[in-house]
Design a protein around this ligand. Structure first.
Ligand code: SF4
Length: 460
């Protein structure tokens, strides 16, 4: 068995080196060769079908053709190669079988990506940011962050998203990006602390794809994040773009900024500035504040977000991810199954918005969280709804989180989560909002998805 594994690994290494060779010199002229090599590396039928899908788009759709060509031509060579080796080769082809082994041998699912918030310190105080509900004293010591990243990589997790707080507040993280140079990192940042020196180091690392937070044009961004923020984010984009560093943006979509962030004008501006993708999040009522509900999208707006995100993705040289309306593509909720979050107190939570936990990593190994009944229970009952446009255990299927916590002993680790479990009025409000979305979700599930999501993924 070991010999077979080694042979397979060597064969993969040969193909990966071949692709790296294509990326090294005139990558934009080698797209067909790159796709052919990727096909050889992919065993899984559904992954192969997805690759064919992308190839077809590349060949027949001008916007996708231009998008791929732009990335290949204008990305710094080291960043491009690291994106391929770390995100595709290491995270998928090498580490996939490693993670699968835990599943086969002990029914323990090792997620694909880890989110970690080393610190909640941030120069901004954005409305509704979940970071505001954590104590600033609770930073994870640098050596602990190092240990947790090391344990994650040993388990086969090669994609790590750094949250907080502001990731660039902590210089030592740059050292960790360098140390774990076979891992792909994505810090979600306000961009405020980015300067020439940091941008140069990111280019030198090559394995970092920052996501800059932006809530619309100047008025919307400054209203939520503070005066002067918008101009600084645009400056941060320039610093990254000039150096050929891949980056994207993330936007928390609220009742007031929805039309701006989904407009052609705003998206075209981002493309012009060099952003390669937008990640849209619904504003979530996770802080337990009453006014959270006034910022949450209405059912109609949530449906519109899905529609516009798909339209932008289909028509522009750009990639969009709508964290909720794209759920059918990944089989519904991915919490505790494909991703998880370590907060700044070292509690392991199933998702960035669900602040519930059974395992704290102080003195414990990361795998304890995946072996715990809490994560196993969540996985066993996913998807929580046949209609995968209503994936969430908190804002769609509002009783799920309460029942699972009761059954597994998971505890809320902040005030908002406590309220979600125990406050009747809060529960009624969130259920009302879930019910409002049902007719829109039903219609789109039928008309757009033909009532079919990615069942393979949903089983985990
Ligand atoms: S619990 Fe809700 S917010 Fe978290 S991953 Fe699942 S669907 Fe998304």
């Amino acid at each position: 068995m070991e010999m077979k594994d080694n042979l397979e690994k060597t064969a993969k290494q040969v193909i990966v080196s071949k692709i790296v060779g294509y990326l090294d010199k005139d990558p934009e002229k080698n797209v067909d060769n790159i796709f052919s090599a990727i096909r050889l590396l992919t065993k899984d039928k559904s992954a192969l079908a997805q690759i064919e899908h992308v190839y077809k788009y590349y060949k027949n759709d001008k916007s996708k053709h231009d998008f791929i060509q732009d990335i290949l031509k204008n990305t710094d060579n080291k960043c491009l190669k690291k994106f391929f080796t770390n995100f595709f080769a290491n995270a998928n082809w090498y580490a996939g079988p490693k993670r699968q082994k835990y599943l086969n041998e002990e029914n323990t699912k090792i997620p694909f990506v880890m989110l970690i918030s080393p610190s909640m310190r941030c120069p901004l105080h954005c409305k509704g940011c979940y970071a505001s509900s954590f104590s600033k004293k609770d930073d994870i010591p640098p050596e602990e962050v190092d240990r947790i990243i090391g344990e994650a990589r040993d388990l086969g997790i090669y994609y790590i998203i750094i949250l907080g707080g502001e990731p660039f507040f902590n210089d030592y993280l740059l050292d960790l990006y360098e140390k774990y140079d076979d891992v792909m990192f994505t810090p979600f940042t306000s961009g405020l602390l980015l300067n020439d020196k940091i941008a140069d180091r990111l280019k030198k690392c090559g394995n970092v794809i920052p996501m800059l937070s932006i809530e619309g044009f100047e008025e919307d961004t400054d209203a939520r994040r503070g005066k002067g923020t918008y101009k600084k984010v645009l400056k941060a984009m320039d610093l990254l773009h000039e150096r050929g560093i891949l980056f994207g943006v993330s936007s928390a979509v609220t009742r007031t900024n929805i039309n701006t962030v989904l407009s052609d004008e705003f998206t075209d501006m981002l493309i012009e500035k060099g952003s390669k993708m937008s990640w849209y999040f619904l504003f979530m009522p996770v802080n337990g504040e009453d006014n959270d509900f006034d910022m949450m999208l209405t059912g109609e707006q949530r449906d519109f977000l899905g529609k516009r995100s798909r339209e932008i993705r289909a028509s522009k040289p750009y990639f969009t991810i709508d964290f909720f309306n794209d759920a059918p593509y990944v089989g519904g909720c991915i919490a505790g199954k494909y991703y998880f979050h370590v907060n700044s107190k070292e509690d392991v939570e199933p998702c960035i918005f669900s602040h519930f936990s059974t395992v704290n990593l102080k003195g414990r190994h990361l795998i304890d969280a995946f072996r715990d009944p809490f994560f196993k229970k969540l996985r066993s009952i996913q998807p929580y709804n046949k209609n995968m446009l209503r994936p969430c255990m908190m804002i769609d299927n509002t009783g799920v989180i309460i029942n699972v916590c009761r059954e597994t002993g998971a505890k809320p680790d902040d005030y908002g989560a406590e309220k979600m479990l125990k406050d009747k009025e809060f529960h009624e409000k969130i259920t009302k909002s879930a019910n409002e979305f049902i007719p829109y979700a039903k219609k789109a599930w039928k008309e757009v998805f033909n009532e079919k999501g990615n069942d393979n993924f949903s089983k985990g």
